[in-house]
Design a protein around this ligand. Structure first.
Ligand SMILES: C[S@@+](CC[C@H](N)C(=O)[O-])C[C@H]1O[C@@H](n2cnc3c(N)ncnc32)[C@H](O)[C@@H]1O
Length: 516
């Protein structure tokens, strides 16, 4: 008879230990898988699951050597190593055309470039960087050091071997394959001159004490498709380490579904080659704390100084909706704070923004705006009030002022999806479709759950006769609208109800040739 698999409590403890040791977030849906892994690891130690869990709990209190061996074994079981050369090739184009020339110029004096592939898996990302650097080589007398790190030892062994399958090269242009690979049987062997540019190290990105993080060191870091598997706390801590290790002006590339929104305000958002990436600001807020390996300070965004405490179980993906929660909190305040919403509250009242929102709901835009104007000094540095003001100004057709409010908001929070959406509308109204599209795309990238920029992109595409884009964006908008938060619909929905916006999406999608 086979022993029953570990129960809920043990798997819960195991999940906590994995988060602490590797940073990985494995949710309830992985229960059966985790129970199997726990049983396997306990068996490997010829221990009961309880004894094994006590053993790994002691890692938190020292014993680094034994910890390293077990963490290594867990990494083999739990990490996902999917990767290939030129994955999301547009990011490598941005690297080649923007990041590399900028860093070559910045490093002209010491003629050294330092790159990091953090979570490199079997090496394809680091070697792609080597190919691009070699093809755009700044000069033979430059020192190029590409460091690549992963916690999975087996993946690193494959990386060091530098032999790849055709599948790994599926996005590699044929001329690049011919230039940098020799085929041997069914394998493709990387040119030894490129192998020499890359150093692979077994390192745990969740380890703040690792030698991976010298301050102000790297010119460019690729850390793609790693953070998405991390817990919110570990993702935030990792971003702190990446920030501190990047040189001022250095570039950070994340996976295309990953954003720094809600995680850092130490970066400028860059958008080129149809992709987003980040450039470290010269001055990093809370830099000393970051240097010391602590979590970076909370971002100066909607997540800052919340009116309501953020829910502790919010994943970092969901931190992006904090602004909405705060605005919702304003609306949901007890009636006493709202009663007679049309009444002007006393100057300096903390409910002014809430009252303005209530006036927005009643389409009394100019009253709402003058209320915020009265409070202008207090709101100068308040991201929520600036966003509300920008929305009200667009309603009143004061588009230049709305853009100015958005610019002030972006100076506080460069990763505000709401500000980008309002700017998209203003630019569209000014006939600047290119900028409108870029702002909508930024809003969509920063907050993939935000329906309105998708709707706007769809409507613009339809106007231009781009039926395919119109159908795609309107379909996404319709899907997102059905789940869009009421407070965000109120703020950005232009006075329309959820149902009427969904009906609009559907009608426009049909008109663009879409199916029911
Ligand atoms: C999906 S792969 C991404 C590979 C490559 N960056 C890309 O985007 O193509 C994720 C990698 O992150 C690594 N990883 C996960 N947690 C890690 C940790 N705590 N420390 C170092 N590497 C980790 C995994 O072992 C895996 O190789």
């Amino acid at each position: 008879m086979t022993a029953p698999l570990p129960g809920l409590d043990d798997v819960g403890r195991f999940r906590g230990a994995i988060a602490r040791q590797l940073g990985l977030h494995l949710d309830e849906s992985k229960h059966a898988f985790l129970a199997e892994v726990l049983q396997r690891r306990a068996d490997a130690h010829t221990a009961s699951t309880k004894v094994y869990l006590d053993h790994i709990d002691r890692f938190d209190r020292g014993d680094p050597h034994r910890a390293r061996d077990e963490v290594r074994a867990l990494a083999q079981e739990l990490t996902i190593g999917e990767t290939y050369f030129f994955r999301h090739h547009e990011q490598f184009q941005a690297f080649a055309d923007v990041a590399l020339p900028a860093r070559v110029a910045a490093r002209a004096a010491d003629r050294t470039l330092r790159l990091l592939s953090a979570g490199c898996a079997s090496g394809e990302e680091a070697y792609t960087l080597a190919i691009v650097v070699r093809e755009r080589h700044p000069g033979a007398d430059w020192r190029i050091a590409i460091r690549a790190a992963d916690v999975n030892a087996a993946a690193l062994e494959r990386a060091a071997g530098a032999r790849f399958s055709a599948w790994s090269l599926r996005e590699t242009p044929p001329e690049t394959q011919r230039r940098w690979f020799a085929s041997e049987g069914r394998e493709f062997v990387l040119d030894p001159s490129l192998r020499g540019l890359v150093t692979f190290d077994e390192r745990n990105l969740a380890d703040a004490g690792s030698d991976l993080w010298p301050p102000d060191f790297y010119d460019v870091i690729f850390c793609r498709n790693v953070m998405m598997y991390f817990t919110a706390d570990e993702a935030q801590a990792l971003v702190g380490r990446l920030t501190a290790a990047l040189a001022p002006g250095g570039f950070l590339f994340l996976g295309h579904a990953e954003t720094l929104r809600g995680l850092s305000n130490a970066f400028h958002l860059c958008h080129s080659h149809d992709t987003f990436y980040y450039q470290r600001k010269d001055e990093v807020p809370g830099r000393d704390a970051v240097r010391a390996g602590e979590s970076p300070p909370a971002v100066a965004t909607e997540a800052r100084a919340p009116l309501t405490a953020p829910s502790p179980d919010l994943g970092w993906f969901h931190a992006v909706s904090d602004a909405t929660s705060r605005i919702k909190a304003l609306v949901d305040r007890p009636p006493a704070a709202h009663a007679g919403a049309a009444r002007t509250p006393p100057r300096g009242s903390p409910t002014a923004a809430g009252t303005a929102l209530e006036l927005l709901k009643r389409e009394r835009f100019s009253e709402a705006l003058s209320l915020l104007d009265d409070e202008a000094a207090d709101h100068a540095a308040d991201a929520d009030a600036l966003l509300l003001r920008a929305v009200l100004l667009t309603h009143g057709g004061q588009l230049a002022d709305a853009e100015a409010a958005c610019a002030r908001l972006l100076a506080i929070d460069e990763l505000s999806a709401g500000a980008h959406y309002v700017l998209a509308q203003c630019r569209d109204a000014a006939g600047d479709r290119k900028a409108a599209r870029e702002h909508d795309q930024a809003a969509v990238y920063l907050d993939p759950t935000f329906a309105m920029p998708r709707l706007h992109l769809g409507l613009m595409a339809r106007r231009l006769g781009d039926r395919e884009t119109a159908q795609r964006e309107l379909e996404q908008a319709e899907r997102l609208l059905s789940r869009e938060e009421a407070a965000r619909l109120l703020l950005f929905g232009g006075g329309f109800t959820r149902d009427s916006l969904i009906a609009l999406c559907r009608a426009e999608r049909m008109a663009a040739g879409g199916k029911t």
